[in-house]
Ligand binder design. Sequence first.
Ligand code: FE
Length: 327
Amino acid sequence: MVAREISRRRLVVGSAAVAALAACSREEPEASRTRPASPGMTSSRGTREREVKQRFDGQPTRDGAGVKLTRMLGSSALPMVDPFLMLDEFHSDKADDYIRGFPSHPHRGFETVTYMLHGAMEHKDSLGNHGRLGPGSTQWMTAGHGIVHSEMPQQENGLMWGFQLWVNLPAAKKLTKPRYQDLAPQSIVELAIDDAQVRLIAGEAQGKRGPVDGIVTDPQMLDVALPKRGGFSHPLPATHNAFALVFEGAVALGPSRTRVDAGQIAVLGPGELVTARSAEGGRMLLLAGRPLGEPVARRGPFVMSTEEELNQAVSDYQSGRLTVWGG
Ligand code: FE
């Protein structure tokens, strides 16, 4: 999905994002961060639980041809959590909020991930891919050198609910060959972790791997549903930045049991373990990825490292070269 204006919206990540990145990757003294695991949690003694460092409300916006969205990540409040550039939630049972969809538009320099909870979207792209994204399915598209695609609702009424995540590529891979992973609902690994029902989309849990593979930032992506009075703990690589987006109920995260309500995003601090409890039940997306630590230059549907590369992307799109890989 795409910002409406290619030329006017641009953002070279500024001091707020750099500060957020620094906060996410800063190591604190071992003694102050080391805590024993909570009772009932499946951690070993001395493993650091990730604390909630920042918490934000999503910001309402519209994108594509006028689709109503809540921008959870990628707004002025929280520009990015390296390597994650954007996360939108679309959730409406009013056709007027989604019916115009995301007509043909380009991407270059990063990856787009669509995860559907309810409803269906039709996808077509310049690689010749054509598919239907239904409930529980995921599409992981590595735009790389360039893809032009459309994402249009396959329904005229009823609930449409899902997410779109943008994941950055390192400078050396921004012009990589485009790739498309279309993951049917049944290909996603379903697990019980402590009290939670988990859909493992990317990464590893209980010795199993999610179906997404070969992604350079080694992403972990879990859909975690906690019942009333349920608990959950899950190891994440200490090298990774991580955040949680709560989209149903409420979840208490980390050793301080910081409450995060539906519609809020929580950026997690350093550590090896994510812990969560829920009094009334809740559901969240848990994301982690290896930070790139590189300059980010954004303009609408393009995410590159410099202004010159953005100009080149616009020029290549206008001349038809964006989707000519290796040519
Ligand atoms: Fe798109």
